[in-house]
Design a protein around this ligand. Sequence first.
Ligand code: SF4
Length: 323
Amino acid sequence: MGDLSAVTKAGPVPQARPGAEAADGAEAGTAEAGQLEAGEFRPRSLSPSRAGDFLTCPLLYRFRVVDRLPEPPSPAAARGTLVHAVLERLFDHPAAARTPQAARALLDPEWARLTAEDPELTSLFEADEQRDAWLAQAATMLDRYFTLEDPRRLEPAHRELHVEAVLDSGLLLRGYIDRLDVAPGGEIRIVDYKTGTAPREEFEARALFQMKFYALVLWRSQGQLPRLLQLIYLGSSEIVRYAPDEADLRATERKINALWQAIERARDAGDWRPRPSRLCDWCAHKPICPAFGGTPPPLPDPSADPPAARSAVAGAPEPPGTQ
Ligand code: SF4
């Protein structure tokens, strides 16, 4: 393939990702209600994160999409948001100025901006020492980034790119891509930053599903098959690369359509079953989960106004290996 390290610069930075969607590169904080029709909670769209929620646990999907329950911010999710924000802003600098020192210098102002947008984030730390230690972890992740890529040699075509496409089934797919690189020959590389460690085999398929989801959206919306999917794990200094083909993306489309049908069946039946796993340790809704002796709230009245969106930086049930 062409040299995607020497990419072309294309267009302005598109619409910024809302809230903490950057927390895991997969819309951890999106109010994912989709396109609501009057008087009902029937999402018509799907993002990789919410698809992953349903695959992980249908009840978790219900809590987030149907009930839209608030979730308290978590240090891990907030750190992911901060690191993503710094890496996005780093490319505002001229190429030669994209140094580790420049990235570290962005930490404080980006944290100030995030807390101004979501004051609840300040409640994450009881003491300045805790916050400083947390910031130091974020700085370490940024240092790791520079061992994996040289941003002085890159000119991303897009950062925090909002993408969407409608499948033949009528389902709207949407999401945010951390970075899109376009080689001089036009080849596309989708890049996603992860602030966790590279996943063990059981979670690698989930991470790649998210990337294939984005690849499918680009393929369907632009008619071009992305050449490379690249996951950059800043928790473990690893890069996972995958070159999708048409058969991959057609299979992904079938999987997404089947998943959507399963979501529709669950909604029609009001049957959102818990699926306990080790991810439950990271689930903000464990206290009301029947799998752990809790009682979920009644399903919302479809004729009522949609509940308020949840916290911008959610305590997502993402194990360390998947953030
Ligand atoms: S605690 Fe586990 S089973 Fe219960 S809703 Fe959360 S992820 Fe699902």
